[in-house]
Design a protein around this ligand. Structure first.
Ligand code: NAD
Ligand code: TDX
Length: 338
């Protein structure tokens, strides 16, 4: 059995990856390490809860007493755990530094001592490149992160790289574009807008709505990670982009169209501070390893809308009963009027 540690496996992408890993790698035994912050949900792991090749450990990656033995027993570490929401990092960045940077450092220190470790996948993001006016970011481009979240991720991934260059820890860095799909926490734009629209609540579109994001279905991301684990070179960086550049305004209109809701539900609100205008990734390097995105954006978005429609049990308790989410929503959107 190959011992695999997935950090942040109760979150959106991590849980999709854990379910994918259990389903497609019969020779993997997967340990999920997750602190269960507001974004971590055990419900996301219900399908694998009782699976003999999966176990869940609640703990903080920044706590060496928890993290070091788990890393020490692993052959593969896939490190998703992070604070991930840009708007929250703009409100308060401390947790982003503690988890994304210091937590990564704790895992890397443990990785230095791990006798069987052969891959440490550092999950980074297209946000580290900063806003890209034209063309597409390549792995060798300069990093110009422009919000506290992006800067913490850039710090984390460069630290990981340094542990490869200095100590030979077998680090591979991936930089993915905006993910979408099932189990995404309803603070991010797609699930927030779908669930608001389902309830006839206005959708708060920042600024002029012409910012562009490149959307990657989470299932395509999971397949890309498998390939990087199998064929990626330590010390290298791989962009993972869906190739679906869409303005937020078009995205919003598509979501409203899929739900038969009028465009009058769009509420333009003041812009996010330092809002990156556009992200775009050149994925030549990953494609050379044999990866292609398989989910067409229209199909993926339709399926995602259907998932939120069919799984109200998953998101209604968060949006309607979780006091922390309600406080966040009121703080983030309460006074936001154009
Ligand atoms: P998410 O917020 O849904 O999940 C994060 C998970 O990490 C949660 O389960 C949370 O409980 C856990 N966590 C947070 N702090 C922890 C700590 N100190 N110790 C242990 N667990 C902790 O995030 P996501 O959208 O699934 O993102 C996963 C990773 O992918 C992150 O590293 C993120 O930066 C990266 N990424 C995300 C996207 C995207 O579009 N969502 C795109 C590119 C890269
Ligand atoms: O209410 C909103 N209104 C709005 O117009 C929200 C939440 C977002 N937006 C806009 C801002 C962005 O241009 O939608 C776009 C997407 O926003 P988010 O869903 O917050 O994602 P983004 O800021 O692009 O970051 C995401 O992709 C990169 C993830 O949250 C990161 O973790 C990942 O690294």
């Amino acid at each position: 059995m190959i011992e695999v540690l997935v950090t942040g496996g109760a979150g959106f992408i991590g849980s999709n990856y854990v379910r994918h890993a259990i389903a497609t790698h019969p020779d993997w035994r997967v340990t999920t390490l997750d602190k269960l912050t507001y974004a971590g949900r055990l419900e996301n792991l219900r399908e694998v809860e009782a699976h003999p090749r999966h176990r869940f450990v609640r703990g903080d990656i920044a706590d060496p007493a928890v993290a070091a033995p788990l890393v020490g027993a692993s052959e593969i570490v896939v490190h998703f755990a992070a604070e991930t929401h840009v708007d929250r990092s703009i409100m308060s960045a401390g947790d982003f530094i503690t988890t994304d940077v210091f937590g990564t450092f704790v895992l890397l220190e443990a990785a230095r001592q791990a006798p069987r470790l052969r891959r440490f996948v550092q999950i980074s993001t297209d946000e580290v490149y900063g806003s890209v006016a034209a063309g597409a970011s390549r792995e060798t481009d300069e990093l110009r992160p422009r919000n506290p979240y992006a800067a913490s991720k850039a710090g984390a991934e460069r630290l990981a790289y340094s542990f490869w260059a200095t100590y030979g820890v077998p680090v591979v860095v991936t930089r993915a574009s905006n993910n979408y799909g099932p189990n995404q926490f309803p603070e991010k734009v797609i699930p927030l807008f779908i669930t608001n629209a389902l309830d006839n609540i206005p959708v708060p579109l920042y600024g002029d709505g012409l910012n562009v994001r490149d959307w990657l279905h989470v299932a395509d991301h999971c397949r890309a990670l498998d390939l990087v684990i199998e064929r990626g070179e330590p010390g290298e960086v791989y962009n993972i982009g869906g190739g679906n550049e869409v303005t937020n305004l078009d995205l919003t209109h598509q979501i409203l169209g899929l739900l038969d809701q009028p465009v009058s539900l769009v509420r333009p609100v003041p812009d996010r501070l330092g809002h990156d205008r556009r992200y775009a990734l050149d994925t030549t390097k990953l494609r050379a390893l044999g990866w292609r995105p398989e989910v067409a954006f229209d199909d993926g978005l339709r399926a995602t809308v259907a998932w939120y429609r069919a799984n109200e049990w998953w998101w209604r308790p968060i949006k309607e009963q979780d006091p922390a989410f309600r406080a966040y929503y009121a703080k983030q959107y309460g006074d936001r009027r154009e």
